[in-house]
Ligand binder design. Structure first.
Ligand code: 2BA
Length: 111
């Protein structure tokens, strides 16, 4: 058995948890904080039989991997207030990303 720890973006967490649950894979979602940015992220704790590790990796790749998305950037007016009506700019930005650790589980019990 393996324990997979996946540090992912908060925004990707719910969809990843849903996809794991639909595949009947148990997951615990932990609120975490990155040591470098000191920003909130999500750590998923996923315990699975060895033959399910690739299934989990595919789900994480599909829902959390780095990808490019087009976002609308709203220009700021005075005092940091969004300047509605002024030309908005669609920009391609890189979002997502997962840092994944796979550990051997010495023992698994439910008491
Ligand atoms: P990533 O490398 O994609 O890491 C995203 C988050 O994954 C990290 O958030 C941290 O919570 C976790 N993580 C990454 N490597 C880990 C490890 N070896 N052990 C445990 N957890 C780990 P942050 O620490 O806030 O880092 C956010 C992003 O800042 C990183 O994205 C990386 O692009 C950059 N970064 C991190 N440390 C850096 C450093 N010393 N110098 C320059 N850039 C750094």
């Amino acid at each position: 058995m393996k324990m997979i720890f996946a540090v992912i973006r908060d925004k990707d967490a719910n969809i990843a948890v849903d996809a794991l649950a639909q595949t009947h894979i148990g997951v615990t979602k932990l609120a975490s904080t990155g040591g470098f940015l000191r920003d909130g992220n999500t750590t998923l704790m996923i315990g699975v039989d060895d033959d399910k590790v690739d299934v989990v990796m595919d789900i994480l790749k599909e829902n959390c991997a780095k990808r490019t998305e087009t976002e609308i950037v709203m220009p700021h007016g005075t005092g940091g207030i969004p300047a509605w009506g002024v030309g908005v700019t669609p920009m391609k930005v890189e979002v997502g990303g997962a840092t994944v650790f796979v550990l051997d589980v010495a023992e698994f019990r439910k008491l």
